[in-house]
Structures are given as C-alpha cells and as structure tokens.
Design a protein around this ligand. Sequence first.
Ligand code: 5GP
Length: 114
Amino acid sequence: MTEPSVFTRIIDREIPAEIVHEDDLVIALRDIAPQAPVHVLVVPKDPQYADVAELAAGDPALLAHVVATAKRIAEAEAGGEFRLIFNTGAGAGQTVFHVHAHVLAGGLEESRLA
Ligand code: 5GP
C-alpha cells in the first residue's frame, strides 16, 4: 500500500484546507503557496490517476469535469479568464502524484509562460 496523497488526506478531512468547491467527483482548494491572486487546485477524488496524461487516457469525462470546474471557479473569482497548469512528472515540477489542475487567475496579464 502506498501512502495516501496529501490531497486524499484533505478529501478525507484528515488535514485542513480552504475548500472552495466539492462535488461527487472533485474537490477544489486554495493552494497553500499561491503563485497568483487566485490559485486553486482542482483534484479528482479518485486517487488512481497520478497525472493528467493518465487521467486523459483513463477517464476523459473526469478530465472534462476538472476543466469545467476550473472555469466555474475562474468565473466566480476572476471574471472567467484563467490559466490551467498540470505539472506532469518530477522533471516538470510535479510534487504530488495525485492528478490536480492548478487554476491561476487574476493579474496574469504581464506573466507569460516561464
Ligand atoms: P505540483 O507541484 O504537484 O504541481 O503541485 C502541488 C501543489 O500542492 C503545490 O502548489 C503546493 O503548494 C500544494 N500543496 C502541497 N501541500 C499542500 C497542502 O497541504 N495544502 C494545500 N492547500 N496545498 C498544498
């Protein structure tokens, strides 16, 4: 058995987080180290997908729901425009291997892809 991810522990209410949305399929919470005025993580509750490539191959409808949730959060918090990032692999900066979308919004006009 592998250890539950930090996101599974948040879903299970073992550790606290600022949750902005939850439904049967996903949870959305504010990143603990925000990189933009709005920085929310949208996380499928199913822990079996380590990254977005696995999710896209295994459950494309769930990936679409992650994107739709990101859009709703951006509409509620930042006028509907947003950047969606899926770090995929340690070499790309992924640190939690439970797939999650970073929703970044607000004040990004000057910020191009790094
Ligand atoms: P990754 O580096 O895997 O793309 O993204 C993981 C994200 O999870 C990071 O941006 C990090 O700040 C966030 N994170 C890690 N641990 C916690 C936590 O305990 N609570 C919250 N809210 N965010 C976390």
